[in-house]
Design a protein around this ligand. Sequence first.
Ligand SMILES: NC(=O)C1=CN([C@@H]2O[C@H](COP(=O)(O)OP(=O)(O)OC[C@H]3O[C@@H](n4cnc5c(N)ncnc54)[C@H](OP(=O)(O)O)[C@@H]3O)[C@@H](O)[C@H]2O)C=CC1
Ligand SMILES: C[C@H]1O[C@H](OP(=O)(O)OP(=O)(O)OC[C@H]2O[C@@H](n3cnc4c(=O)[nH]c(N)nc43)[C@H](O)[C@@H]2O)[C@@H](O)[C@@H](O)C1=O
Length: 328
Amino acid sequence: MNKTTKIYIAGHRGMVGSAIWRALEAKGYTHLIGKTSKELDLKSQPEVADFFECEKPEVVIDAAARVGGILANNNYPYQFLMENMQIQNNLIDSSLKADVAKFIFLGSSCIYPKLAPQPLKEEYLLTGPLEPTNEWYAIAKITGVKACEAIRKQFGKDYISLMPTNLYGTHDNFDLTTSHVLPAMIRKFHEAKQPQLSMLSEVEADKEHLPVTLWGSGTPMREFLFVEDLADAVVFALENKFQDNLYNVGTGVDLTIKELAELIQKTVGHTGEIIWDSSKPDGTPRKLMDVSKMTDAGWKAKVGLEEGIKRTYEWFLENQENFKEVKL
Ligand SMILES: NC(=O)C1=CN([C@@H]2O[C@H](COP(=O)(O)OP(=O)(O)OC[C@H]3O[C@@H](n4cnc5c(N)ncnc54)[C@H](OP(=O)(O)O)[C@@H]3O)[C@@H](O)[C@H]2O)C=CC1
Ligand SMILES: C[C@H]1O[C@H](OP(=O)(O)OP(=O)(O)OC[C@H]2O[C@@H](n3cnc4c(=O)[nH]c(N)nc43)[C@H](O)[C@@H]2O)[C@@H](O)[C@@H](O)C1=O
């Protein structure tokens, strides 16, 4: 691997792909390739095969996927299963055929069984039933992990899978129907304090913040990784040869959704009531990553949750006018 290696980042405009792009640029990599979904539909096998034939990338990072929070996953099982399998199958198979030397596949912590022991070790994969709200997405991701593992086993190529925990950060999806919990909370708390500010003094507005409705019971536990840390882990994986095929990427620390709500409420400055809507799903009770394999390999997360939330909120404030609503 050198700084002129031709690296294709699939999904380079997304939250993760764009962070990886910035991280590689900052390290001096000069031959980065990216295509939007309009320019190249990764669901189309012929289009992807032509692209590989023409561009001949040497390294591929797969950050393209149909991604969403608990409700989107639960409501659109077919898209989450089929689109993700199509995208990753086309990328992995074309990479193998085009003799791509290194492939990094990104999965998700939801690949592990719903009630697996905590923290989640890589070896717990396929040892029990999945969480029903995201089993479709999880099954697609598991087939991606297995495809890379099969290539590694059969052809001896450096194809690896990184399993990130729940991610958040700049360029996140703030659409309230399809987003994950952390950006949803930032937007909900922010908007609940907005209407009053224009009409009342700040002191009065503090008392008058609208209530915020959050989903489920608030008792599930989640681990959150700032997207720049994930990008750093991907660059680390790119620059080092790993001995194995599957590595968890996280902080190794989690908190309840209620604790997260209180932290974001404080950061945003909302002082109103929080209502918990029990008609919405809780999802898996806990999915804390065991990150010792990555730590042993020499990588660990740097950005703490409070700092990451502050940076994400700042980005939200600067960019909120430009959000496109993501609807499935
Ligand atoms: N967000 C999270 O909490 C987590 C994410 N991950 C994984 O990280 C990866 C990136 O996720 P994230 O950045 O959050 O997702 P985003 O939704 O922000 O980005 C996904 C990207 O995929 C591209 N894409 C989707 N469908 C197609 C298609 N048919 N053809 C071409 N490109 C397509 C989009 O391209 P375009 O913009 O051009 O339409 C977009 O840039 C995914 O593999 C995801 O599973 C893992 C754990 C947690
Ligand atoms: C990354 C991961 O993301 C998804 O799994 P998830 O962790 O369950 O996703 P989530 O972030 O959407 O929710 C986390 C928790 O938070 C609660 N919650 C409260 N209030 C809001 C809220 O307003 N919005 C959302 N989205 N959740 C809320 C919500 O009820 C749940 O208990 C997977 O489908 C899967 O695709 C995957 O891999």
